[in-house]
Design a protein around this ligand. Structure first.
Ligand code: HEC
Length: 399
């Protein structure tokens, strides 16, 4: 297939992925809020007699709603029960398609970074795919092990292992891909929780009740545990999905630790909201989260890397020569670099005017954050970076 069609397919899949993700996270947030906001019905009311353990009243979109949660289960299950699973499956399926389209099919440029590890595109994909499977297996075994009975200890161990995963991935893959892969692993755990644990458990419970038997309480407890985990995973996952816009985070020398700090802050903030639904305002959690984020912001400020002295004259012709050699294979109307089908980020650098118009952006990418050339695919030298820096500092003049 023509690769511009692949790009358009990417657009459609990304659009679907964001919409499905909003639906999934939205319903997850809604049910956590609902669960924590329920109040017991007045004794002797109709609701109490039916076995309702908690209910609430809400107004939305011009209508009044009165959801009720049964203590164990209603005396008889209605024919029609709404299940919440397709939001999760669609998010995971579209996310996997996107991961393949954007990263795996272009692994040579999008995943491999020769400065991080000298691996082939195939090895990068194998690491990415292996990480997805392995993280689910390890997580699932931990939840089923004796540790799974201690929620706090389990939480700490899972967090520690995810940091280890991020550490490993950032030592094999470029930072940008390592972040997305870490997020994809957590997203896979979340979707697998729904597919392998929560939904099958609910199916067994419903089947038991329809057959007039008592449902196994273990199914309920397991489903609840996984659902709470998913709730805490949401904010870190969403960060990894938008992280590719924030190169200061994923290109940091300790990018795995930056991700761990942001993840920890996100969990603390989520915890505050979960408690708040119960009427508890535990401000120490978001305060600790804010401290972590503040530190991360300071830590990821670009710190200038010392550049070697420049030999010879610095002029526009020299800068054009460097850019022609190091950038134009990707940043031209018809890129020749394998896997790049259109000028990345719409940035063109093939004419003198393009270079002059983009001089500040170019300086930011080549000298300040040092993200470009991407993965240093074109082997720019430190002296060439210094030439570009000197030319910009002297006013980026066209002569
Ligand atoms: C291997 C291909 C490749 C090479 C070589 C390359 N780039 Fe890029 N460039 C990219 C990609 C991919 C993006 C888009 C990154 C993104 O979306 O975050 C990009 C984005 C950019 C941007 C826009 C970033 C922003 O957010 O403002 C600038 C500016 C840029 N490159 C400059 C350069 C310069 C200057 C060079 C040469 C020193 C260079 N690039 C070499 C692939 C490349």
């Amino acid at each position: 297939m023509d690769s511009s069609w692949l790009d358009f397919l990417g657009l459609l899949v990304r659009w679907l992925h964001v919409i499905a993700g909003i639906a999934w996270i939205g319903s997850s947030f809604y049910f956590i809020w609902l669960d924590r906001s329920l109040e017991p019905p007045t004794p002797d009311s109709d609701a109490a007699r039916k076995g309702v353990g908690g209910e609430l009243w809400a107004v939305h979109g011009g209508g009044f709603y009165n959801p009720q949660k049964y203590l164990v289960a209603p005396a008889a299950l209605p024919e029609k029960l709404h299940w919440f699973k397709w939001e999760a499956y669609t998010t995971w399926l579209s996310g996997s398609a996107l991961l393949i389209l954007v990263y795996w099919l272009k692994a040579g440029t999008m995943m491999v970074d020769q400065n991080v590890a000298v691996i082939s595109a195939g090895q990068a994909v194998a690491i990415g795919a292996g990480g997805l499977v392995l993280s689910w297996i390890v997580y699932d075994l931990l939840c089923r092990s004796p540790l799974g009975r201690n929620d706090a200890a389990l939480g700490v161990v899972v967090f520690g292992l995810l940091v280890l995963l991020a550490w490993g991935l950032t030592h094999w893959l470029g930072g940008r891909a390592a972040y997305i892969e870490t997020g994809a692993c957590i997203g896979t755990i979340m979707a697998a929780n729904v597919f392998f644990v929560i939904i099958p458990g609910q199916k067994r419970m419903v089947a038991a009740m329809r057959a007039g038997r008592a449902p196994n309480p273990l199914d309920g407890a397991r489903g609840k545990q996984r659902s709470v985990h998913n709730n805490y995973f949401t904010l870190p996952v969403v960060f990894t999905m938008i992280s590719n816009h924030y190169s200061a985070t994923y290109s940091h020398p300790y990018n795995w630790a930056v991700l761990a700090l942001i993840g920890a802050a996100a969990v603390l903030i989520r915890h505050f909201f979960n408690l708040r639904h119960k009427g508890i305002y535990a401000w120490q959690y978001p305060a600790a989260g804010a401290v972590l984020l503040g530190f991360t912001g300071w830590w990821t400020m670009p710190h200038p890397v010392p550049l070697p002295p420049v030999h010879g004259e610095v002029n526009f012709a020299r800068v054009r020569g460097i850019i022609g050699q190091r950038c134009v294979t990707c940043h031209s109307p018809a890129p020749t670099f394998a896997g790049i089908t259109a000028p990345p980020a719409g940035v063109l650098l093939h004419t003198p005017e393009n270079i002059l118009n983009n001089s500040q952006r170019l300086y930011q990418q080549v000298v300040v954050t040092r993200i470009m050339p991407l993965g240093n695919a074109t082997q720019i030298t430190e002296e060439e970076r210094a030439v570009i820096a000197a030319w910009i500092k002297a006013g980026a003049k066209p002569d």
